[in-house]
Design a protein around this ligand. Structure first.
Ligand code: NAD
Ligand code: DAU
Length: 351
């Protein structure tokens, strides 16, 4: 094998798309997927490539310092693509410490392990940290986040991601670790855990259950199809400048209420329901604490310097997403059994 790439969080939503892309596109790379298989990690996401000769899976927690050092010593990765994280804002509000452990301590463990393994032998080595636009805080009605926007995280999740970004930059400046960072907007598409808005709404519409919209549904998010994020990650991993940050976005802003109305139309069509039937399920519930008003990403640097652009229009992506969830009933049923029911009632029953 030409090189070994360690991908953390590869059993999760975005990570599984990145692992699939890398395993298929680079047969000469050994792709090692390291994942703790939390509630969000699901090896069913990787069925198509699980027996590929250039793929290996390791179950491990990135917060476990000793285990991480052992794995680095055994596999000797040349590159790291770090996606493992606790990723849901609502869960960070009820259990912030879990986010500090996974996102901050976990990231520092990986940085230390890479530094110890690579020493001064840094040729061809790269530590790529995947982050979020939420580190920049909340926008008003106008303007965009650029790579120079000052950090202003406002939830325990975004504060933990901001903290990990700072750690990665500190390892670059202090220890010359070859790092690159990207900050992306909201992803949607197949394999997303149904705690996040779009798959949660798809599942509720399917079962004719209320669709909970926080506050008045006026908060704005910029949505990017997950495979376009995975393609950007591939590009930045190979061609991004060391020490640099790249913003990734879909230039595709929606208020939550408009997004859900659009999704309801697509679901009515896909399920053969009368026009307007699914929208009757929309229910306004208590707002999220500290709910960021608007995110919007300026991806010009990535587009101009590395030639990336999103491949899918939202209208097409949302239809593909709905089709995927409706055609993968077993996947959905498996992830909404067990703990999901407890999570759902704790999160929504008293809203
Ligand atoms: P996800 O919750 O679907 O998956 C996270 C994965 O990380 C899971 O497989 C989980 O088992 C694993 N994991 C969690 N804690 C771990 C630990 N301590 N050790 C090892 N593995 C652990 O998340 P996602 O939506 O795929 O997000 C992936 C990354 O991308 C995260 O770093 C997130 O901050 C970032 N991101 C997500 C979005 C988005 O819209 N989903 C947007 C921008 C950035
Ligand atoms: O911007 C990137 C971020 O996008 C990622 O870093 C996070 O990992 C990812 O979870 C996502 O964060 P959001 O908080 O924006 O995503 P979520 O799907 O939880 O919510 C999207 C919007 O919908 C947000 O304004 C809150 C609202 N919402 C969410 C849920 C789950 C509702 O109105 N009702 C809901 O039930």
């Amino acid at each position: 094998m030409e090189k070994t790439i360690l991908i953390t969080g590869g059993a999760g939503f975005i990570g599984s798309h990145v692992v699939r892309l890398m395993v298929n596109k680079y047969p000469d790379y050994r792709i090692v997927n390291l994942d703790a298989l939390t509630y969000a990690g699901n090896l069913e996401n990787l069925k198509e490539i699980e027996n590929a000769p250039n793929y290996a899976f390791i179950k491990a927690d990135i917060a476990d310092e000793k285990k991480i050092r052992e794995i680095f010593a055994e596999y000797k990765p040349d590159g790291i693509i770090h996606l493992a994280a606790e990723s849901h804002v609502d869960r960070s509000i009820s259990d912030p410490l879990a986010f500090v452990k996974a996102n901050v301590i976990g990231t520092v463990n990986l940085l230390n392990a890479a530094r110890d393994l690579w020493g001064n032998n840094l040729s061809g080595k790269r530590f790529y940290h995947i982050s979020t636009d939420e580190v920049y805080g909340s926008l008003g009605a106008t303007g965009f986040f650029t790579e120079d926007t000052a950090y202003d995280p406002r939830s325990p999740y975004s504060a933990s991601k901001a903290s990990s970004d700072h750690m990665v930059r500190a390892w670059y400046h202090t220890y010359n670790l070859p790092v690159v960072i990207s900050n992306c907007s909201n992803n949607y598409g197949p394999n997303q855990f149904p705690e996040k808005l779009i798959p949660l709404a798809i599942n509720n519409i399917k079962h004719k259950r209320d669709i909970p919209i926080y506050g008045k549904g006026e908060n704005v998010r910029d949505w990017l199809y997950v495979e376009d994020h995975a393609a950007a990650i591939d590009l930045i991993f190979h061609e991004g400048q060391l020490g640099e940050t790249y913003n990734i976005g879909g230039n595709n802003e929606w208020t939550n209420i408009d997004l859900i109305r659009k999704l309801c139309e697509v679901m009515d069509e896909a399920l053969g329901r009368e026009k307007g039937e699914s929208a009757e399920l929309i229910t306004f519930v208590k707002d999220r604490a500290g709910h960021d008003k608007r995110y919007a990403i300026d991806s010009e640097k990535l587009m101009k310097e590395l030639g990336w652009k999103p491949s899918l229009q939202f209208e097409e992506g949302i239809v593909k997403t709905v089709e995927w969830y409706l055609n993968n009933e077993e996947w959905l049923n498996n992830v909404i059994s067990g703990d999901y029911t407890d999570y759902y009632s704790t999160q929504y029953d008293n809203r």
